[in-house]
Design a binder for this molecule. Structure first.
Ligand code: CTP
Length: 403
């Protein structure tokens, strides 16, 4: 598991630094290549000579070598690494990491690292339990840092409690688990290789005359997030997009349309070649019966515009869906949410529907978050407030369960 892996081992000023030598030796024996970065204080606890000998690499402490001015590039180091493991991680270093402070090489390397980062905290029990330390660790977790929990027992202070750095062997096992989960994530990301999906997004525009139109508030964010998430997992994606102000997602074929009719044509033409479709667009249900050739001039009377029904794209695809194709719809409701959504699920022959209520704060148009329920013919799963990107991931997880 660790063979050939590039690991940066960060050592900070803590009495537990004496265990870093054993940890380094275990990582090297397991086949990893290890480069050690130390803080100045860490050198007081374990010598650079010891760490250089066990890691088989020179130790990095300063931004440059004072003898010859050679630059220790934290950027290159960050790019080189498959994992940045900071063990021991002192309360001080974790606080700085949480705040983005970059006043030594160990911290600038953290900010430059593109790889997973893990910390093994080590400190006295009161420092560990302090609300500030707990808050910083919570922040690090939210930032995606893996925390390798300290153990309980005798501490250097003579007190007994939680704060003792995890044993080197346990840290190695945690590191292996991180690499294993990264591999699973990578496989998950490519799980839709060879599959093709159609996604609709944004608002349609129904012209009244050369100047005016009927449209709606859809930003397109949810549909673009779904297209991106499908593409990230290796699917070929065609995004049929109405009006949005968004940048086109990477690795996705985009077809720009304006009216509901244009969107209908673009989707119907492509659907048979697809493994599924996700209908995120806010499609106008009505369009002007006649589009005036010239700009309509006002007069003193009130006016009305005669509208006719547009064709329902989702319902049409539902009627023509073949075995194995997955069709997903959205329902944005303001009342009787569940009843309306399940009605649409059946009427449009969808496999599942993503229901959101405009009554909930954090859900709906324009924002970056959503609160949705995923409803199929068997169950309704209520998701909490999430970013639209995370909602997209959950939708794509559910699509995978239908394939
Ligand atoms: N939809 C579509 N084509 C249309 C209208 C809607 O493909 N002409 C899709 C939407 O993209 C969405 C789902 O159908 O996935 C639900 O759309 P919505 O407008 O909420 O439902 P309607 O069936 O139009 O019902 P109502 O207007 O009564 O809410």
């Amino acid at each position: 598991m660790l063979k050939g892996k590039h690991i940066i081992l960060g050592v900070t000023g803590s009495i537990a630094a004496y265990k870093s030598a054993v940890l380094c030796r275990l990582l090297v024996s397991a086949g990893a290549e290890v480069k050690v970065v130390m803080t100045n204080l860490a050198k007081q606890f374990i010598t650079p000579l010891t760490m250089a000998t066990v890691s088989k690499n020179p130790i990095l402490v300063d931004f440059f070598n004072p003898e010859n001015g050679e630059w220790n590039s934290h950027v290159k180091l960050g790019e080189w690494a498959d994992l940045y493991l900071i063990a021991p991680a002192s309360a001080n270093t974790m606080a700085k990491m949480a705040a983005g402070v970059a006043d030594n090489l160990l911290l600038t390397t953290y900010l430059s690292a593109r790889c997973p980062v893990a910390v093994a905290p080590a400190m006295d029990l009161d420092m560990y339990a302090h609300v500030a330390t707990q808050r910083n660790m919570e922040q690090l977790k939210q930032d995606g840092v893996h925390i390798i929990e300290p153990g309980s027992g005798f501490l250097a202070s003579g007190l007994i409690g939680k704060g003792r750095m995890a044993e080197p062997q346990d840290i190695v096992e945690a590191v292996e688990a991180i690499f294993a989960s990264e591999t699973t994530n990578h496989q998950k990301k490519k799980s839709l290789e060879g599959k093709r999906f159609l996604v609709t997004a944004g608002a349609t525009i129904e012209p009244i005359d050369p100047v005016r139109f009927i449209s709606n508030h859809s930003s397109g964010k949810m549909g673009y997030a779904v297209a991106e998430s499908l593409a990230k997992r290796g699917a070929e994606v065609v995004l049929v997009s109405g009006r949005t102000a968004l940048e086109k997602p990477q690795g996705v074929e985009c077809v720009d349309v304006l009216s509901a009719e244009e969107m209908f044509e673009a989707c119907v033409e492509r659907f048979s070649k697809m493994d599924g479709a996700v209908m995120c667009a806010a499609v106008a249900d009505y369009t002007p019966q006649v589009v005036a050739q010239d700009k309509i001039k006002k007069n003193d009377d009130d006016m009305s515009i005669a509208l006719k029904r547009t064709r329902d794209i989702a319902a049409h695809l539902g009627q023509h869906k073949r075995e194995g194709q997955v069709l997903v719809g959205f329902a944005m409701e303001t009342e009787n949410e569940e009843q309306n959504a399940t009605g649409k699920l059946a009427k449009k022959n969808l496999d599942f529907i993503v229901m959101n209520s405009l009554r909930k704060e954090g859900a709906g148009f324009r924002g970056d978050t959503n609160i949705v329920s995923l409803i199929d013919s068997h169950e309704k799963v209520d998701l909490p407030l999430m970013s639209k990107a995370d909602v997209a991931e959950r939708i794509v997880d559910k699509i995978e369960s239908f394939l």
